[in-house]
Design a protein around this ligand. Structure first.
Ligand code: PLP
Length: 353
């Protein structure tokens, strides 16, 4: 099949570009003590996870149990679940995953510990865990070294094994100004280091110190206390990252759409918010001259002034945020040049439980 024969809207994955993005990140980590545990929340397909593991990743990071279940069924691990899991139903699923592949859970409070210990007693087995530290994102995580130490001591007392800490500097990753992004990341990592130093002084040196996203992979990836980086978007380099890190790889992901109307300067494509998200701003075309002005439910409004865009034409749009757009789809049309060479299932799509 050729690209132009694909029914639209359809997600395209340019395999050579994605493979080069995977290889470039693997090269960065190959020669350093910090390692890569790529985040599954972006690609959500086993095909990419397998390629990342083959390129040297030390495991996979996941955010949702549903994603971890997809990985575990395929025997891919160890899995770091970089998110708190709450509720007995989910805790039992977590222990079921741990029977298939090694899993590391993330805790931030006494509440998590009580749930995990009750789950460990029900399952009759131990589980590894790290502590999430809030390094300035103001989401989850402990807020002082004292709180982290208390939680680490608490972990060591029962069936849950203390393995280390994580601190994701999500408030830094998408800052476009390079100096500001790097400084914000360093400030966040300095907070992480204060917690690590306190743990060391208390005799609880963390074996795992996880941080970093695509925007800051090289700051986190060269920070002495960090042992692993949980970047995800680097495989596809979506529209937001194309803008923030033009020094990294090319976009490997696009949404193939069909123009259904042209009136004056306005052209309409057959992709709206049900197949393309815009929480990081309106997406642009693969060809940057194509500007999407807004999305409605089923329609994308293009500014077509000065272009030859007309009904029936197929146009590739680069999602501004890959993760949430991918989540709307069930398969990638894998292309090399103009040729469709495979169709890959997105096994982790909508695995939001
Ligand atoms: C906890 C956590 N780690 C890592 C990432 C990956 O970041 P990126 O997509 O910038 O690579 C995210 C993204 O939101 C995240 O929430």
């Amino acid at each position: 099949m050729r690209k132009r024969d694909i029914d639209t809207p359809a997600l395209l994955l340019d395999l050579d570009v994605a493979q080069e993005n995977i290889a470039a990140m693997a090269r960065y980590f190959a020669a350093r003590s910090q390692k890569l545990r790529p985040h599954f929340k972006t690609p959500k397909t086993l095909e990419i996870a397998r390629r990342q593991m083959a390129a040297g990743a030390i495991g996979i990071t996941a955010s949702k149990l549903g994603e971890a279940e997809v990985l575990a069924r395929a025997g891919i691990g160890p899995i770091l679940i970089a998110n708190q899991i709450a509720g007995a139903q989910k805790i039992d699923r977590l222990f079921a995953i741990a029977q298939k592949v090694p899993v590391i859970a993330t805790v931030e409070s006494e509440f998590n510990m009580q749930e995990l210990e009750a789950g460990a007693a029900r399952a009759g087995r131990a589980l590894d865990a790290i502590i999430e530290i809030d390094t300035g994102m103001n989401r989850c995580g402990t807020e002082s070294p004292e709180e982290t130490i208390e939680l680490a001591r608490r972990i060591g007392r029962g069936l849950i094994n203390y393995r280390g800490v994580m601190g994701y500097e999500g408030h830094a990753v998408l800052i476009a100004d390079r100096a500001k992004r790097e400084q914000t990341a360093r400030d966040a990592l300095a907070i992480l280091s204060r917690h690590v130093a306190a743990l060391r002084a208390a005799g609880m040196t963390p074996e795992i110190v996880s941080a970093g996203g695509t925007g800051t992979f090289d700051i986190a990836g060269s920070w002495p206390d960090v042992t692993e980086v949980q970047a995800g978007s680097y495989v596809f380099m979506d529209g937001a990252y194309r803008h923030v890190r033009p020094d990294l790889g090319a976009p490997a992901l696009s949404l193939l759409t069909t123009v259904i109307s042209r009136r004056g300067d306005r052209a309409i494509i057959d992709a709206g918010m049900k197949s393309l998200t815009n929480e990081f701003g309106a997406p642009r075309g693969k060809d940057l001259a194509v500007k999407v002005e807004r999305l409605s439910e089923e329609h994308g409004h293009l500014n077509a002034a000065g272009t030859e865009i007309g009904p029936g034409m197929k146009i590739e749009i680069v999602p501004s945020h890959g993760d949430t757009t991918i989540n709307l789809h069930s398969e990638y049309y894998v292309v090399r040049g103009d040729e469709v060479i495979a169709i890959w299932p997105i096994e982790g799509a909508r695995a939001y439980r």
